[in-house]
Every structure is written in C-alpha cells, then in structure tokens.
Design a binder for this molecule. Structure first.
Ligand code: DP6
Length: 402
C-alpha cells in the first residue's frame, strides 16, 4: 500500500474461450465440488470469433465485492461465484504466507469489482458460462498473483469451464478422489496440432429456452439407467479412442465418435424421466443433411454435435467448408443471406452439383438457421496488455461505452 493519500486500484483484464465437447460431460457425482461421473473432451474455439473478456479491479476504497455481466449488475453471492472467489483468495493467502506474511499481495484484504462481457449473443446458446468462469478464475488469479493449476477452481464455477482453461484439444479427467483434487483439465494437443480442422456453429432460430444443463443433468443422474451405462461402460473406451484420433488427426474416426457421443448424450436426455428434448426439428434436419452429405461421398467429411440446445456445431476440414456451407444455405436459405449470414472466418462461394442436391434430398426450409459462425480451434485464456481495453474505469465502475 502506498503511504500517500491516493487510493491505488490494481486492475487486470483477460479473455477466455468457449469450448465445445466432443465427448460430453453430463452428470455429477458431487454437486458442490462439481465432480463429474465421466471424463470428457473438448475443442477450444478461437477467441477471434467467440470470447469472454473480464476485468477485475481491487482497491482499498471498494466497500463490497461486486460483479457486472454484459452490462448488468448481478448477485455476487451466487454460490458458484463465491466458490471461485474463495478458492483464489485461499491460494493467494497461502502463497503470501510462504513468501512474506506482512505483504498485502495486490490487495488481498481488499474487495473486488468484476466486469465481464461476451462478444457473442447469449441467445446464440453457446456455453457462455464455460468461457465466463474460465475468464473470471484466470483474471482473479492474475490480480492476486496466483500461479499454477487453475482448472480445479474454474470447474467449481461450471464443470465445462475447466476445459476452457486450455487451448486446442482438452480432456477433463474424471478423477478418483472425493475432494476433487484430481478432477482436472489437461491439454491433449495444442490448437496448432490440427490446423485444417474447421468449426461451424449453426445458430438455429429457437422459440423457447431449453432446460439448463445443471438441472437437466441432475434429473438424468437420478432417473436414467442409460446414463449410468454410458458413464461406466461407454465413455472410458471412447475417451481413449478419441484421444488417439486427435493425436493421429484421423478425421473420420474423430467425426464418427463425435456424432455417436452427441447422439448418446441426447439419448440419455430422452431416457431421463420426465424426458428432456434439446434437439428440435431443425437440429434433426441438420443431422440428416450431414449423414446424406457423407453418404454421397462415401466417407465421413462432416460431423455434428449438439449441447443442451438446438444449435449444431459442425466439424469438418478446411477443404470441405465452402461446399458444406453451400449445402446449408441451399437447405436453409436465409432472407438476411449474404455477408451477415456467415460470421467469422471467410467462406468462399461455390456451386453445388445437381447430384449432390438430389442426394441431400430436402426441400429448402427458409429462415430456420439465423446465422453461421465460422471458426477454428484456438488458444486458452490470455491477458490483455492494452490498458485502454479495461472494462472498468479508474473509479472501479463499468465504463459507460459498454
Ligand atoms: C451439454 O458445464 O454447463 O454442454 O457444471 O452444472 O455448470 P454445470 O454444467 P455445464 O454442462 C455442460 C454440458 C454440455 C456438455 C459439455 O460441455 O461437456
């Protein structure tokens, strides 16, 4: 602390990515610590297209911990937020006691102000909580000078958030311990490992908000025998096969496992009592388009996966992107077509053969897909060095521009 009268505010801004699971996490064995019933594996999406940005400030002048999400003040007493704050402060204290107990590490005794925004609409139904908690934990750790393994803390914000702590291909290992210390995320391969891999997020025009993952999986754990079978007998081998497919860049195996795992996850939702429906008729049409497309070529060129909502995430290789996007535009023409329909990485136009259109065999269904985000695998959380990007002003309040 400076001994003049100015009140010092420490401020750090970081960004963190969204991830999409290709082996799904669904079901907890410990609700409070957020320990899963099976391991999972995801691809981290590139932050150029999808990211959360978070600024954390600490100051002696702050009277209480506060948080603003996407421009609105939210309740900081939310138990999951409290878990993350408590754990980071505990580690910071531990570190301080080891080095210099008299030192106030970046205002450990001070309150924090947290401000966080997504660069994608929450309505896109993408796992904003994963990027959000990953970013929160990463930024808090920077502010309080905490280093080392942080995925176990992000996990306590939202299970899938632990996988957003790394770039590329990431596994969340189930772990055996009751205290969760071995339930961690680990990078399987960096984003540079498979540069040809492309990801298309097909944002489906949905009319209602689906049941949230947290409560959905609780009911599944209580009622679905299929989920138990999946966790015990299917996922362990599937994780091994998926890791091998990623390491070898074996697209067809990667794609088939991805689709089968998404289908099994949604089957466990149907096996839940009362059943949960996340896919809608558009999701089902997309599944059909993908299978018809692969059948036409006699090889698996494209894969789909769906989380707790109707949006599809498509995996393919760079060389197939223009044609597959053209197929999507053909089946799901949009009135806002043109520049706005495809966001993110540029996709060149191409012409579909009549044979391919016939193989797909669906009549055009206008306005069922709002837009496509074209992206690729990307890096993990990052610190933003440019201080003009801070979301909080020097008074510790959200900047007016947001
Ligand atoms: C279908 O991580 O959102 O996206 O741990 O309760 O916060 P909580 O759940 P959450 O569940 C994600 C479920 C999923 C699959 C996945 O990402 O693995």
């Amino acid at each position: 602390m400076s001994d003049d009268n100015t009140v010092k505010t420490s401020m750090v801004t970081c960004t963190a990515p969204v991830n999409i699971a290709v082996i799904k996490y669904w079901g907890k064995r410990n609700e409070e610590l957020i320990l899963p019933i099976n391991s999972s594996l995801s691809v981290t999406l590139h932050q150029d297209q999808l990211k959360t940005t978070t600024t954390v400030a600490t100051s002696r002048s702050f009277e209480e911990d506060r948080i603003w999400l996407n421009g609105k003040e939210e309740d900081i007493t939310h138990p999951r937020l409290q878990s993350c704050l408590r754990e980071i402060r505990r580690l910071a204290r531990k570190r301080r006691n080891k080095t210099n107990p008299d030192l106030d590490v970046a205002g450990l005794s001070h309150k924090v102000h947290i401000c966080s925004i997504n660069n994608f609409p929450t309505a896109a139904g993408l796992a904003s909580s994963a990027a959000g908690f990953a970013c929160l934990v990463y930024t808090l750790a920077r502010v309080f000078g905490v280093e080392g393994e942080l995925s176990a803390i992000a996990r306590q914000g939202s299970g899938s958030a632990c996988r957003s702590m790394y770039g590329g291909f990431v596994q969340w290992m189930l772990g055996q311990r009751d205290d969760g210390k071995d339930s961690l995320a680990q990078q399987v391969a960096p984003e540079s490992h498979w540069p040809e891999l492309r990801i298309l997020v097909l944002v489906v025009s949905a009319d209602r908000k689906p049941i949230g993952s947290t409560s959905g999986m609780q009911t599944s754990v209580k009622t679905s025998l299929l989920l138990k079978h999946r966790a015990e007998c299917v996922v362990p081998k599937r994780m091994e096969d998926m890791i091998e497919a990623v390491c070898k860049k074996d697209f067809s195996t990667f794609a088939e496992l991805t689709m089968k795992d998404s289908n099994q996850f949604h089957s466990t939702c149907l096996d839940t009592y009362p059943p949960i429906f996340y896919l809608n008729s558009v999701s089902q049409q997309i599944i059909s388009v993908v299978h018809q497309y692969n059948k036409h070529y006699g090889e698996t060129r494209v894969a789909y996966t769906f989380d707790a909502g109707p949006n599809a995430v498509i995996f393919t290789l760079e060389q197939h992107v223009p044609e597959f996007v053209q197929v999507v535009k053909h089946v799901f023409p949009s009135e806002s077509n043109g520049g706005k329909f495809i966001k993110g990485l540029q996709v060149d136009d191409t012409i579909l053969s009549e044979e391919l259109k016939q193989s797909i065999g669906l009549e055009p269904m206008p306005n069922r897909i709002s837009y496509i985000i074209s992206t690729q695998a990307g890096p993990g959380p990052r610190i933003v060095e440019d201080h003009s990007q801070h979301l909080l002003g020097s008074d510790g309040m959200p900047k007016k521009t947001q």
